[in-house]
Unconditional design. Sequence first.
Length: 254
Amino acid sequence: MISSDGSISSENAGRPLAGHTALVTGAAKRIGRAIALAYAAAGANVAITYRASSALADQTVADLTNLGVEASAHRCDLDDAAAIAETAQQVVKRHGRLDHLINNAGIFASLALEDITAAQWDAMFATNTRAPFLMAKAALPHLRETRGRILNIGSLGGLQPWATHGHYCTSKAALHMLSDVMAKAWAPEVSVNCIAPGMIVQGEVGAAYQHFADRTPMKRNGTSLDVAQAALFFATGPHFITGQLLVVDGGLGL
């Protein structure tokens, strides 16, 4: 059972998010998909957004449903403020409530700093910084009702200056600060935290990725599951924890 303060009783200890609804942006694949599946395994109904990966989104919804929860996929252009607001409304209409917003969708690019165009700079910030702000703003009234939680997915690149990823690093650094501002502005009803993944790989990796693993104190690269488990910590831990940035990098940034 969910108590009036949003906590979970012991009878749901095996599925601590039972009765909750989570919205995970960009969750048709990779890290977003892993987070969505982790929340569903913990009992939450899950809505995901996607932009072009409709077939993958359908498969993710099927996999979520197989975990015994309600799931839905919503196509959303995160460059479109009106579409973001409409998506938040669709999710609440479909699932009846919203308890968790995970701003996962993002873009990554490598380019020499002096070669980045104004359009490329703006596109990076539109997805990595502006969209999480707009989605959180649209979700806020519903999250206040449930004493909900926001989790933004930042990056180790938002803490370190990667010379060939200037627009990416700067957009993620801005997202880290935005998370702090949200946490302060929207307390005490809503808690807001951020995860900064390091080198996260999918499946088999080549020599270049092995180089990062060799430099990492934990002697491996991260996986989507590592990030998903960190996300669950913020989903199921004390609501009192807010304004925190958790680096999930195996020590790579040390």
